[in-house]
Each structure stands twice: as structure tokens, then as C-alpha cells.
Design a protein around this ligand. Structure first.
Ligand code: SF4
Ligand code: SF4
Length: 226
């Protein structure tokens, strides 16, 4: 899932300072799971803003709404009429959701209330770690399910650098070297021969942004560009 962190309150407050009526839009999917931008966080931010501005004798009218996913038109369309009443919008979705919402609500300024951080996993409540950099060419089938692009700080595809110390990473000695982990995983799987495979240079030409993916079944509908 996408992991995000809420921006510092002072930054959010400064962004909406010129406005008297704002709408805070939460997202009920990834950012809700990582406690950054779901319904509860929308309510919390609204209360913080009201309290802080009340102490300064300022009035701010705040609307609150949380949609299932801000990165999905199906859930955003019903918001169009609703947003018309507001001078500005705060989105608590990831960067993709913020941009998609702005595409629909073109008149008002939109402000992100979270910083989108990485694609990761939910280890425990409040504890998330990065696992994927969306590199366009997944190697996990060869590397025993350990991502060399993400888990090795140097993103090495063909074995370790020379700095591994007792199986630990030279960049962060607290962590196991990704290639040491790959070796042990492959050994357990009985596929250690994989370690000898030389992976070709990563297809960086595929990584230009913005990326587009069209499902093969929909190529005729949307055109054939990749
Ligand atoms: S190799 Fe790593 S970064 Fe690339 S798609 Fe697979 S998990 Fe993601
Ligand atoms: S020690 Fe291992 S994980 Fe760390 S940078 Fe070198 S190869 Fe990558």
C-alpha cells in the first residue's frame, strides 16, 4: 500500500490561512490504514484547525468528507457538486489522489495535508516499512522474494557491494545486507544457482514518468501506446 505521513500542523494551517471556508477530503484506503488521512484524521485535523484559529479569534468554516478512494473516478465524481461551496480544499490522500481530485475540482486551490512516502507494508499498527519502488521490472522471482532495488540502499541487482560486514549492510549496519538475505532465502528454497545469474541492466527507459499502463484487454478502447 501507499504509506504517507501527515504534514506538520503549522504547514497545513499556513496553507489555508487566506480562506474562510474549506473542505477537508479524506481517503478511506491506504492513508486510512497508515493513520495519515482517513476519516478519523480528517476529524482530528478539522478540530485542530478550529481550535487554533478560534484561539486567534478567526473564523473558519470546515466541511469534512471521506471517500473510499481518491485515486478512483468512480468515488470522486459524486464529490464535484459538494465541493462547489468551498473556497479551498485540503486533500488527505496520497499525491495521486490529490492530483485526481484537483483534476475534477478545477476552480478551487487544493492543498495536500500528507506527505506521500513510499510503497510499503503494515508490520504492526503504526509501523510501516518500504518494500517496493515500482521499478517496472520485478525481480522477486529470481531473488527469493527480497527486493534488491528497495532493500539494498545501492539498488544493486547482481550481488553485494564489497562493504558487507558479517551479513550486515555497510550503509546501515543495523540492517541485514539485502544480498545476504537473498542468499539465505535462495539457499532455503534450494535455488542457490540463481545467485549466479547475471541480470541485464535495469530497463530505465521504461521508468520515465508519468507512466501509463493499459490492460491488454482494453488496448482497443484506449489506444495502443504503452
Ligand atoms: S523488483 Fe522491487 S522495486 Fe521492482 S517491482 Fe519488484 S518489488 Fe518493486
Ligand atoms: S552491504 Fe548489501 S545491502 Fe548494503 S549496500 Fe552493500 S550490497 Fe547493498
Amino acid at each position: 500500500m501507499i504509506i504517507a505521513e501527515r504534514k506538520p500542523f503549522a504547514e497545513i494551517k499556513a496553507m489555508v490561512a487566506p480562506y474562510k471556508k474549506i473542505l477537508i477530503v479524506g481517503c478511506g484506503t491506504c492513508v486510512a490504514v497508515c493513520l495519515a488521512g482517513g476519516e478519523k484524521e480528517v476529524g482530528l485535523l478539522a478540530s485542530q484547525l478550529k481550535l487554533a484559529l478560534g484561539l486567534e479569534d478567526k473564523r473558519l468554516e470546515i466541511g469534512e468528507i471521506t471517500v473510499e478512494r481518491q485515486c478512483d473516478l468512480e468515488f470522486l465524481r459524486p464529490l464535484c457538486d459538494f465541493t462547489a461551496d468551498y473556497e479551498a480544499i485540503i486533500s488527505m490522500a496520497c499525491g495521486a489522489g490529490v492530483q485526481f481530485l484537483k483534476q475534477l475540482c478545477s476552480l478551487q486551490p487544493i492543498f495536500p495535508a500528507v506527505n506521500t512516502t513510499f510503497i510499503g507494508v503494515n508490520n504492526e499498527v503504526g509501523y510501516y516499512t518500504e518494500r517496493c519502488r515500482a521499478c517496472h521490472n520485478c525481480y522477486l522471482g529470481i531473488t527469493g522474494g527480497v527486493c534488491p532495488v528497495t532493500m539494498c540502499p545501492k539498488g544493486l541487482l547482481n550481488g553485494p557491494c564489497g562493504g558487507t560486514v558479517d551479513g550486515h549492510c555497510e550503509v546501515d549496519p543495523e540492517r541485514e545486507c539485502a544480498w545476504s538475505k537473498i542468499y539465505h532465502r535462495l539457499e532455503l528454497e534450494g535455488r542457490l544457482d540463481n545467485i549466479r545469474q547475471i541480470l541485464p541492466m535495469h530497463p530505465h527507459d521504461r521508468c520515465t514518468s508519468p507512466g501509463t499502463v493499459i490492460h491488454p484487454a482494453y488496448k482497443r478502447r484506449y489506444g495502443t501506446h504503452e
